[in-house]
Design a protein around this ligand. Structure first.
Ligand SMILES: Nc1ncnc2c1ncn2[C@@H]1O[C@H](COP(=O)(O)OP(=O)(O)O)[C@@H](O)[C@H]1O
Ligand SMILES: [Mg+2]
Length: 244
């Protein structure tokens, strides 16, 4: 159970600062963590704390200035914050879902890819009636289900989710978390799950890491961090969620 699927060590990334002048802005400043197989690690923190930059580096979408990233699986997939942008509005839903597979499994016929896409729709509880509809016809929650279906098509071991419910109605958020939790068990997925909302992730994440100013300031079992936050910052994050 303690096999590691993803490990990052001392990741650093700076960007050119606003206003020029050659001043750099350090977005991620020495971040290290690991995700075990079958585990969900939550990465929480206020806006601007470096969560997305960390996620992009972990996913291999952005090169770190320094540090190491080790992924011990075959495939990982990323789920983005805004499903409406992640899903092509002008393509039919089943085609969008199937597209990932066309790149990864060149030997499958179009028909086989479509069948797999329909199965993935079942998995994420997106009615097959949506297969022939266009992306733009879907609600935010349905769009996110479709991007999750597209991600699981290639049987990834790890999903990196960057605030996958922040753009959705509150009533839909819990349902998407419920779906991800279900897939965790049925597909044996591991997660790096980014959120600014501790309350939302508390039931889903086994451990949480709290980010502030590009660093992890606290990390531990979710229940421990929530009930006994060691950092003042974590307490403030918790309070701000509870008083919303
Ligand atoms: N491509 C970029 N160019 C310049 N600055 C960036 C870029 N991406 C992120 N930043 C800056 O890095 C910091 C961390 O951003 P980000 O990782 O998006 O934080 P979070 O996801 O926690 O809100 C912020 O100050 C942000 O403005
Ligand atoms: Mg972000």
């Amino acid at each position: 159970m303690d096999e590691i699927i993803l490990e990052v060590k001392n990741l650093k990334k700076s960007f050119r600062g606003p206003g020029g002048g050659g001043k750099r802005l350090t977005a991620v400043d020495g971040v290290s963590f690991s995700v075990k197989r079958g585990e969900c690690l939550g990465l929480i923190g206020e806006s601007g704390s470096g969560k997305t930059t960390t996620a992009y580096m972990a996913a291999g979408l952005l090169a770190p200035d320094s540090g190491e990233i080790s992924f011990y699986g075959t495939h990982l997939q990323m789920i983005f914050q805004d499903p409406k942008r992640a899903l092509d509005p002008r393509r039919k839903v089943a085609d969008s879902i199937g597209e990932g597979l066309l790149y990864h499994r060149g030997k499958l016929s179009r028909r086989q890819v479509r069948e797999r896409a329909l199965e993935a729709m079942d998995m994420v509880r997106l009615d097959r009636a949506y297969a022939g509809r266009y992306g733009r016809e879907l609600s935010g929650g349905e769009c996110q289900r479709a991007t999750i279906a597209r991600a699981v098509m290639i049987r990834p071991e790890l999903l990196i989710c960057d605030e996958p419910t922040s753009a959705l109605d509150v009533s839909v958020q819990a349902k998407i978390i419920g779906l991800l939790d279900e897939l965790k068990h049925s597909l044996g997925l591991s997660y790096l799950f980014i959120s600014h909302d501790i309350a939302l992730v508390s039931g889903f994440c086994d451990r949480v890491a709290v980010m502030r100013g590009g660093r992890i300031v606290e990390m531990g079992e979710t229940a421990d961090v929530l009930s006994r936050p060691r950092e003042e910052y974590t307490k403030v994050l918790l309070d701000s969620v509870l008083t919303l």
